[in-house]
Design a protein around this ligand. Structure first.
Ligand SMILES: C[S@@+](CC[C@H](N)C(=O)[O-])C[C@H]1O[C@@H](n2cnc3c(N)ncnc32)[C@H](O)[C@@H]1O
Length: 201
């Protein structure tokens, strides 16, 4: 089910701001994979968080590869357009809303500013094919997706994420998800009490 909303997990966005952004800003290419992105609120919230905490020039190096199995076949268009009805935008902090959302042509709809829209590329992709979208990601975010998989599928998908990360790359899952015991040597925890990991090995 594609349940999602803007700034759904502010605690994790805050961890990314504090612990990951400082490791990204010296890079020429910043490839991020948001796996199971639904119709866009999660990758857009991440993009806005990065833009807020990086200079404009550095932010131009960011590319978020947003993917989803997308059974509805609608997400690409929704994400590319970046237009959302106002009732889906009520949880966004006011200062962020006024800075990154402009009234769209249709009444009661808002469009995300172009610099944010440009950094996200959507691709329809089934994680269970175990095909990485690319192998030089510095950050992979996969939240509220793995819980739908069997234990074996989770192990296979997380192993594929490990291979898709650069050495020292970061991996973020939701608070209630765990790294399976079989894979614990592949990642180290970046902060206690948060599901933010760094690739090791
Ligand atoms: C609950 S939503 C999570 C959205 C977002 N990550 C969040 O946390 O707000 C789960 C998403 O996982 C996607 N999904 C389910 N199975 C998938 C698969 N095998 N490959 C890729 N995406 C999948 C669904 O289409 C849905 O959009």
């Amino acid at each position: 089910m594609a349940f999602t909303y803007f700034f759904r997990d502010r605690q994790t966005l805050d961890m990314i701001r504090k612990h990951i952004v400082p490791r990204l800003i010296s890079r020429r290419f910043i490839h991020i994979w948001d796996a199971g992105c639904a119709m866009g609120p999660e990758p857009y919230s991440l993009a806005i968080t990065l833009r807020e905490n990086m200079g404009k020039m550095i932010f131009r190096n960011v590319k978020i590869h947003a993917t989803d199995i997308d059974n509805s076949n609608l997400f690409k268009k929704i994400i590319q357009n970046g237009v959302y009805p106002v009732e889906q935008l009520r949880r966004i902090p006011h200062d962020i809303f006024t800075k990154y959302f402009e009234p769209a042509e249709q009444p009661d709809y808002f469009i995300i500013t172009e610099d944010i829209r440009k950094c996200i590329e959507f691709k329809k992709h089934d994680l269970l094919t175990l095909q990485p979208v690319r192998k030089d990601n510095i950050l992979i975010v996969c939240k509220n997706v793995l819980l739908h998989f069997s234990e074996k599928e989770r192990i296979d998908v997380i192993s594929m994420f490990h291979e898709s990360l650069e050495k020292d790359g970061f991996f973020v899952i939701e608070q209630t998800q765990k790294i399976p015991a079989e894979l614990e040597g592949m990642f180290e925890r970046v902060v206690p009490n948060a599901q933010v990991f760094r690739r090791v090995n």
